[in-house]
Write a protein that binds this ligand. Structure first.
Ligand SMILES: [Zn+2]
Ligand SMILES: [Zn+2]
Length: 839
C-alpha cells in the first residue's frame, strides 16, 4: 500500500465503506453514447485524423476473455485521449469471422458455422459494449459476409491478372477416413484429430500460392523505419531470413540440382545430401529398391506439421540416389529428411557433418562417413574422437588447390571459382516463402476460379462476384464444397462448356490482410473502398495487438499494402505506423489462464460484480501495459473501493477557488499524465491520478475548472463515472468529446512540491521519535512542538500533521519570542528540517 492510500484508508476506516452500484450508471451512459452516435466519424479535411486500431478478434463461442478486455481497454484509453486532444479519431471494430474453429464446432456439435459465428458475434458485441469501448459501431466489418468476401475474391482476381498468384504442388495432411485435408492443428501425434486410430498421410496437391516473395526485399528493407517494438522487427527480419550465398550445381541422375549454401568453403567435405521429405519431386529421386522404406518413413512422419518434427527429432531415409559434387566429382548419397524445408532454395541441402552440428548428429545416427576440411590452427582434428562438429573458423585441408586458405577467405575464393567454371552462381536466398492460400475447407471465401476441360484454369469474370458460399451443405466425408454438386457444376466463362468450380477456400489470413482498409469505407458496394477515404484515414497510426502476430498477419498485411499500392489502389507503403504489443495477463496463480487450471477470470463476471470502470482501472494498475501481469482479486476489490470513494469524494467537494498550491499540483499532473497516456504508460498515469485525488481531498475547496480537469484526466480510464460526474456538475455536453486539459506552466511552482516533501519528512521524523520514546520508556509521547525557519511556516500545517500523527501539534517559528521551547530544540532547526520537541 502506498502512503497516500494508507491515509485514504485511515480516513474512511471508521465510516461505512461506500457500496456503489455503478452498473445502471454505466448502462445509461453506454446507451446515451450509442443513441447520440458520438463516436461515429467521417472524413473532415479541417481536422487532423488519427486511426487507432486493435487487431480484430475471432468471435469464438467462449466470448470475451480477459486478454481481449486488456487489449481493448488499452486501445480505448488511447482513442479517447486522442479524441479529446482534438483529433478526428477513427476507432472501429470488426470480426475475423471465417475459420477453422467454427467449422470444428459445426462438425462436433452439428451446428452450422454461420449460426455458430452469428451467435458468438452477438455475444462479443454486447460484451464489448459493457466494457465501455468507444468504437464507431457503424463501421463494423464482418469477414464472413458476402459484402466483405466479395472483395477478397476481387483482389484474388487482381493478383491473378498481375501474375501474383500461381498454382503449384505442395504437401498437405490427409486423413483417409475423413477423405479430407487436415490443418496442422488437426494432426495430433501423426493421427487425425477425429480418428485417433488413423495415420495421417502426406499428399501432394495442386494449391494456390501468392507471390509474397516478390516483396521480400522491400518487406525487409522498410521494417527498420517502423515505430514497432524492436523484437517484432527482429522477428520479421528473421522470418524473411535473407542470406548471401552460392548455388552449386550437383548432378543427380543426369539432372542438375542447384544447391544453395552459405558455406562454399566446406564443399570438399560434403558426404551426403538431404532433400525435404515434403519435396514434391521426392519420389522421382527414390529408387525402386528404396521405395518401400521411404514410404514407411513418410508414414511414420505422419503429416506435415512442424511441431511433430520437433517431437520426432531429425529423422531420415536413404532415397537410393547419388549426387555428384561438381568440384570433387565424388558421388554422395541423397537422403530424405524431415528437417529440411521443401521450398528453401531447391528443397535440398548439402551436408558437411564435420562442420555442422545438425549434419553431424544425422551422420552419427545413420553411420554416414565424414571428412574434415577445416582444421583449427592449434590442433589436429580426428574424426574418430570427435564428439561434436567443429564449427569454428580455421584453415582449409583436404580441399585441393584451396588448402591452406583461411576458411572465411575461402568462402569468397571458392564461390568465385564456381561461378567462373559455370558450376553454379552467387545468389541471395530468403527463408520467406510464397504464401499458400488454398484451404480444403468450407468456412472461408470461395476461390473464384473455374476448371474447364478445354480452356484449363479460367478466372470467374468480375461481374459475377461474389461467388457465394452455399449455405446448404453436408459435413462428413470430404470438403463439403467438393461434394455439393450445385456449387461445383458450372459453365466455363470462355467456351460455355460444362466446367467445375474451384472448391478450395482462402486462408483466413487473406481476410485479415486488408480489413483495416475496409473500415475506412465499410458500406461501399461498388468498390472495396473509396480511394479518397482511404487516403484520408490511412495508414493506421496506432495498431495494438499480441506479439503472437509478429510474423504471419503483420507480414501478410504489409505485403497486401505494397501489392495494392503497385496495382494503383493505394498511395502509401506501410499499413501500421506504430505498433504496440500488450503484455500477457496471467491467472491469479501466476499461470496462463486456462480452463483446466481453473484460474480463468471472466471479464463480464467482474463487470457485473464491480463495474467496468473498476475493471479498466484495475487492468491498467497491474503493470505497464506492455509487460506481463498477474490477475489480483484484492486489486479489483481495491480498485472498486477507490472508485467508490472517489465518486462520493468528488461529488461532495466544495467548488470555489483553488489554492495556489493545488493549482501548481494539478497543472504539473496535467503535464505529466498527458505524457504518460500519450506513451501508453497508463500505470504511471494512474499513480499520479491517485495522488491528485488525495490532494483534492486535502483542499477545502477547488475551482470548477480544476475539478473538471481532474475528471478529464480520469476519463479515458474510467469513462462512465466521469461522464456521470461531469453531468452532475450541470454540464450538458459529453465529457467523452470534451477538450483535453492543457497545463498552465506558469502555475507550476516547484517550491510547493519541495514543501510537501519537507512536511512529509517531518511527519516521518516525528513518527520515528515517537517510536523510540515508546521503546525506551514504554510510554506514548504527548504533545508535539515544531520549530521552523520563518519563511517555511506555511509548509507545516499543524492540523494536517496532527491528523497523521494522532497527537496534538503546535508549530512555532524559531524567532517567535513567545514560543514554548523547554528542550531548546528551536536552535536545531535547519532549512527544510524543523526542530522537534515531544512532551
Ligand atoms: Zn479423420
Ligand atoms: Zn472452356
Amino acid at each position: 500500500m502506498k502512503k497516500a492510500e494508507k491515509k485514504e484508508a485511515a480516513k474512511t476506516e471508521n465510516k461505512e465503506e461506500p457500496k456503489m452500484n455503478f452498473l445502471e450508471l454505466e448502462k445509461k451512459w453506454q446507451a446515451a453514447w450509442e443513441k447520440n452516435k458520438i463516436f461515429e466519424v467521417s472524413e473532415d479535411s479541417k481536422k487532423k485524423k488519427y486511426y487507432a486500431l486493435e487487431m480484430f478478434p475471432y468471435p469464438s463461442g467462449a466470448g470475451l476473455h480477459m486478454g481481449h478486455a486488456l487489449n481493448y481497454t488499452i486501445g480505448d484509453i488511447f482513442a479517447r485521449f486522442k479524441r479529446m486532444s482534438g483529433f478526428n479519431v477513427l476507432y472501429p471494430m470488426g470480426y475475423d469471422a471465417f475459420g477453422l474453429p467454427a467449422e470444428n464446432a459445426a462438425i462436433k456439435a452439428g451446428e452450422h458455422p454461420a449460426e455458430y459465428t452469428e451467435k458468438s458475434m452477438i455475444n462479443f458485441v454486447s460484451q464489448q459494449k459493457a466494457l465501455g469501448l468507444s468504437y464507431d459501431w457503424a463501421r463494423k466489418v464482418v469477414t464472413c459476409t458476402p459484402e466483405y468476401y466479395k472483395w477478397n475474391q476481387y483482389f484474388f482476381l487482381k493478383f491473378f491478372e498481375n501474375g501474383l498468384i500461381y498454382r503449384k504442388k505442395a504437401a498437405v495432411n490427409w486423413c483417409p477416413k475423413c477423405q479430407t485435408v487436415l490443418a496442422n492443428e488437426q494432426v495430433h501425434s501423426g493421427k487425425c484429430w477425429r480418428h485417433e486410430d488413423t495415420d495421417v498421410e502426406v499428399k501432394q496437391l495442386d494449391q494456390w500460392f501468392i507471390k509474397t516473395t516478390d516483396y521480400s526485399e522491400e518487406l525487409l528493407d522498410k521494417v527498420r523505419d517502423l515505430q514497432w517494438p524492436e523484437r517484432i522487427k527482429i522477428m520479421q527480419e528473421n522470418w524473411i531470413g535473407k542470406s548471401f550465398g552460392t548455388d552449386i550445381n550437383f548432378k543427380i541422375g543426369g539432372k542438375e540440382w542447384p544447391i544453395f549454401t552459405t558455406r562454399p568453403d566446406t564443399i570438399y567435405g560434403v558426404t551426403f545430401m538431404v532433400v525435404s521429405s515434403q519435396h514434391p519431386k521426392l519420389m522421382e529421386l527414390v529408387t525402386a529398391k528404396q521405395k518401400k522404406e521411404v514410404e514407411a518413413f513418410l508414414k511414420k512422419l505422419g503429416g506435415v506439421s512442424e511441431k511433430e518434427v520437433e517431437e520426432l527429432g531429425k529423422e531420415g531415409v536413404f532415397t537410393g540416389s547419388y549426387a555428384v559434387n561438381p568440384l570433387t566429382g565424388d558421388s554422395v548419397p541423397v537422403w530424405a529428411g524431415n528437417f529440411v524445408v521443401a521450398d528453401y532454395g531447391s528443397g535440398m541441402v548439402m551436408a558437411v557433418p564435420t562442420h555442422d552440428q545438425r549434419d553431424f548428429e544425422f551422420a552419427k545416427k545413420y553411420k554416414i562417413p565424414m571428412k574434415i576440411v577445416i582444421s583449427p590452427e592449434s590442433k589436429t582434428l580426428d574424426i574418430k574422437s570427435m564428439k561434436e562438429a567443429y564449427t569454428e573458423n580455421g584453415i582449409l585441408v583436404n580441399s585441393d588447390k584451396f588448402n591452406g586458405l583461411k576458411n572465411r577467405e575461402a568462402i569468397e575464393k571458392i564461390s568465385e571459382f564456381i561461378a567462373k567454371q559455370k558450376l553454379g552462381k552467387k545468389t541471395i536466398n530468403y527463408k520467406f516463402r510464397d504464401w499458400l492460400v488454398s484451404r480444403q475447407r468450407y468456412w472461408g471465401t470461395p476461390i473464384p476460379m473455374i476448371y474447364c476441360d478445354s480452356c484449363g484454369v479460367v478466372p470467374v469474370p468480375e461481374k459475377e462476384l461474389p461467388i457465394l458460399l452455399p449455405k446448404k451443405i453436408k459435413f462428413g466425408k470430404g470438403n463439403p464444397l467438393a461434394t455439393n454438386m450445385d456449387f461445383v457444376e458450372t459453365r466455363c466463362p470462355k467456351c460455355k462448356a460444362k466446367a467445375r468450380r474451384e472448391t478450395d477456400t482462402m486462408d483466413t489470413f487473406f481476410d485479415s490482410s486488408w480489413y483495416y482498409l475496409r473500415y475506412c469505407d465499410p458500406k461501399n458496394n461498388k468498390e472495396a473502398f473509396d480511394k479518397k477515404k482511404v487516403e484520408y484515414w490511412m495508414p493506421v497510426d496506432q495498431y495494438i495487438g499480441g506479439a503472437e502476430h509478429a510474423c504471419m498477419h503483420l507480414i501478410y498485411a504489409r505485403f497486401f499494402t505494397k501489392a495494392l499500392r503497385d496495382l494503383g489502389f493505394l498511395k502509401f507503403d506501410e499499413p501500421f505506423t506504430r505498433l504496440f504489443n500488450q503484455g500477457m495477463l496471467h491467472g491469479r496463480d501466476g499461470n496462463k489462464m486456462s480452463k483446466s487450471l481453473g484460474n480463468v477470470v471472466n471479464p463480464i463476471e467482474i463487470i457485473d460484480k464491480y463495474s467496468s470502470d473498476s475493471l479498466r482501472f484495475n487492468l491498467m494498475s497491474l503493470s505497464a501495459p506492455d509487460s506481463d501481469s498477474i490477475w489480483s482479486d484484492t486489486g479489483i476489490e481495491s480498485a472498486f473501493k477507490f472508485i467508490s470513494r472517489l465518486f462520493l469524494g468528488i461529488t461532495n467537494i466544495k467548488i470555489g477557488k483553488s489554492s495556489p498550491k493545488f493549482e501548481s499540483k494539478i497543472n504539473k499532473a496535467i503535464k505529466e499524465i498527458s505524457l504518460d497516456i500519450g506513451s501508453i504508460k497508463y500505470n504511471l498515469a494512474l499513480i499520479k491520478i491517485r495522488g491528485l485525488y488525495d490532494s483534492i481531498m486535502q483542499e477545502n475547496e477547488i475551482s470548477k475548472k480544476d475539478l473538471e480537469s481532474f475528471m478529464k484526466l480520469l476519463h479515458p480510464i474510467c469513462p462512465h463515472i466521469t461522464e456521470e460526474l461531469w453531468h452532475n456538475l450541470g454540464n450538458k455536453t459529453f465529457i467523452s468529446l470534451e477538450k483535453w486539459p492543457e497545463a498552465d506552466e506558469t502555475k507550476i511552482n516547484e517550491k510547493f512540491e519541495q514543501e510537501e516533501k519537507n512536511a512529509e519528512k517531518a511527519v516521518s521524523d516525528i513518527l520515528n521519535v515517537l517510536k523510540i520514546i515508546k521503546e525506551k520508556t514504554g510510554k506514548e509521547g504527548g504533545k508535539i512542538y515544531l520549530y521552523v525557519i520563518p519563511d517555511e511556516l506555511s509548509s507545516y500545517n499543524a492540523e494536517a500533521i496532527s491528523k497523521r500523527t494522532q497527537k496534538e501539534v503546535k508549530v512555532f517559528t524559531v524567532n517567535d519570542k513567545k514560543k514554548y521551547d523547554p528542550g531548546g530544540k528551536a536552535s536545531k532547526a535547519k532549512p527544510g528540517k524543523p526542530g522537534i520537541y515531544i512532551e
